[in-house]
Design a protein around this ligand. Structure first.
Ligand code: MG
Ligand code: ZN
Length: 228
């Protein structure tokens, strides 16, 4: 027999209040903020590197890089020519997700670059980042083919509130026992409004599709107003 235990939501109240402050701050600055979540190795940093290429000379991008202990991903982003603010969560003894307070500190370091889009690369983790509102405008959950076709069903909170879901490494699907139809159906069951992106580094169109989606979202989000 399995007994289910309900956990209290009280611990999130503080974070939600701080997230509200972030949202107002971002709105005032006219910046569109994306919270990118997904497991280690699903391709978050690689996706950001590719967005950097697509946005170069068109849109001012900045990145808040969440990493437990290293600056490896931040270095990759900096190399792509994008202003980056690094948050090492082991310094606060809380390694598995980013909080809205951390985001505000990180934002202070890049706000002078006047970013139009900020991508937050959350800690590689399919579980608790989903519970922490960072004051973002858009949530994107990413899961790769190599993780198996059961992950969406097993980690529902990650997909319930995401406006977009990215299935990455789609080009190697033939090497795996992976039921793509089932995964698409599971995403829609959890979140009927989710936009699904099937992307691969081999297919530049699939990446362009997603980078255009972010630009469109930015222009259609009524929280945005231009800097004067
Ligand atoms: Mg990464
Ligand atoms: Zn956590």
């Amino acid at each position: 027999m399995i007994k289910k235990i309900r956990l209290s939501a009280d611990i999130f109240r503080d974070n939600d209040r701080e997230a509200g402050k972030n949202r107002r701050l971002f709105k005032k600055a006219g910046v569109f903020v994306v919270n990118l979540m997904g497991s280690p190795g699903c391709g978050k940093t690689t996706l950001i590197e590719n967005l950097a290429k697509n946005y170069k000379g068109k849109i001012r991008l900045a990145v808040i890089e969440g990493d437990i202990a290293t600056g490896k991903d931040a270095q990759r982003i900096a190399k792509a020519g994008v202003p980056v603010s690094l948050l090492n969560t082991d310094q606060v003894g809380n390694a598995c997700h980013l909080s809205s307070k951390m985001i505000r500190k990180a934002y202070e370091k890049i706000r002078n670059t006047k970013p139009e889009i900020i991508i937050i690369e959350n800690i590689g983790n399919l579980i608790c980042p989903a519970d922490f509102d960072l004051g973002e405008n858009l949530r994107v959950s990413m899961v790769s083919i190599t993780e198996g076709d059961d992950k969406v069903s097993k980690y529902p909170p990650m997909f319930v509130n995401a406006e977009a879901v990215i299935l990455s490494k789609i080009d190697i699907i033939k090497h795996f026992k992976y039921n793509l139809k089932f995964v698409r159906k599971e995403i829609k069951r959890l979140n009927p409004n989710a936009e699904i992106f099937e992307i691969s580094l081999k297919n530049k169109h699939s990446l362009k599709f997603f980078s255009d989606f972010l630009i469109n979202k930015r222009t259609t989000t009524n929280t945005i107003y231009r800097l004067t």
